[in-house]
Design a protein around this ligand. Structure first.
Ligand SMILES: NC(=O)c1ccc[n+]([C@@H]2O[C@H](COP(=O)([O-])OP(=O)(O)OC[C@H]3O[C@@H](n4cnc5c(N)ncnc54)[C@H](OP(=O)(O)O)[C@@H]3O)[C@@H](O)[C@H]2O)c1
Length: 299
């Protein structure tokens, strides 16, 4: 059985991804904290602070993985804006070290990146070939991570996803449900459009991709967009969430200017997934269906 190392294994994506991978691989998870998700057969957790370069190198040598999925990141977008040093260390520098270790060991590196590498000035879906121009420190630090990988590794795959929601973490859908249960009225931004993506669906897509790569299609390294189908604004997303839980609270659309936050967000970050679909034959279901599934199973 091949061995895969997943960083960020206790995070929102990692907690769905590790059990899914463990159906076919031996999985070792690195994270700064133990996750809530029950460990499965074929899964081993190691507490590792990735920002300690020496320890990181030692631990990867001991694990000796066949490939690495690097999903750990400092994901608090406003936090990154206020702590740029931490953002660049955790997101860009750590990724550079992981890329160097993978290169030295001849290991394939899969990296999870973000729609926030774009400035949102387009009005048709972003393709992998579109020029990134991040607005926020978070976006800049993730783009720098992508660039580090592309400069260092020969064997890598970068997956850009967006607007994640899942069982195991703080996310927009959960926040809306909690506020609605509290009876709070909502004011939600209606001028930013993107693709809500269920971590279970993204985990499935990443596993399918691993099969394709390991079958040896000869498909070269590169960047792939991967999100659930369809798109919406945060306001439309919130309305759909309220519909799912049958909450009857007042919800009002507002503009980005009305919500002052430290980090700027792209107005448009819809991603075109045709490249991924051509390679794997897989198109993720519509976000609306994924949301229904998420809410019915978790709330
Ligand atoms: N969430 C989204 O909407 C979204 C959208 C597009 C792309 N992505 C990307 O998808 C990936 C997974 O996102 P997610 O939402 O699942 O993130 P998450 O829930 O924040 O998970 C990331 C995990 O990595 C851990 N971590 C951070 N720094 C670490 C370090 N130095 N050493 C060890 N562990 C560390 C975090 O621990 P702490 O919680 O203690 O920091 C957390 O458990 C990330 O690469 C993110 O950039 C996310």
């Amino acid at each position: 059985m091949k061995k895969v190392l997943v960083t960020g294994s206790s995070g929102m994506l990692g907690s769905d991804l590790c059990p899914k991978l463990a159906e076919n691989y031996k999985v070792v998870g690195f994270d700064i904290k133990q996750g809530l998700c029950k460990t499965e057969e074929n899964f081993e957790f190691l507490k590792v602070d990735l920002s300690d370069k020496t320890k990181l190198q030692e631990k990867i040598e001991v694990v000796n993985p066949d490939f690495v999925i690097h999903a750990a990141a400092y994901t608090d977008v406003d936090g990154c804006e206020l702590n740029p040093g931490k953002a660049y260390l955790y997101n860009s520098e750590v990724t550079k070290w992981i890329a160097q270790i993978c290169k030295e060991r001849g290991v394939c590196l899969v990296f999870v990146s973000t729609d926030f590498v774009f400035d949102g000035k387009k009005d048709v879906a972003y393709k992998e070939t579109d020029r990134p121009n991040p607005l926020s420190i978070y976006g800049k630090s993730k783009l720098k991570a992508e660039q580090n990988i592309r400069e260092i590794c020969d064997n890598f795959y970068i997956f850009r996803s967006a607007w994640l929601f899942g069982k195991w973490g703080k996310n927009f859908a959960r926040t809306i449900i909690e506020k609605a249960k509290d009876g709070q009225n909502l004011k939600i931004v209606d001028d930013q459009r993107g693709c809500p993506t269920y971590t279970k669906d993204l985990s499935f897509a990443l596993c399918e991709f691993m099969h394709v790569i390991l079958e040896g299609t000869g498909y070269g390294s590169g960047i792939f967009n991967i999100v659930n189908s369809g798109s919406c604004s945060w306001y439309e997303f919130a309305k759909a969430i309220l519909h799912e839980i049958k909450a009857e609270i007042k919800i009002e659309p507002i503009s980005s200017e009305q919500l002052t936050r430290p980090a700027p967000r792209p107005r448009w970050s819809v991603l075109d997934c045709n490249k991924f679909e051509k390679l794997t034959g897989l198109r993720l279901r519509h976000w609306r269906e994924a949301l229904g599934d998420y809410v019915s199973k978790n709330f």
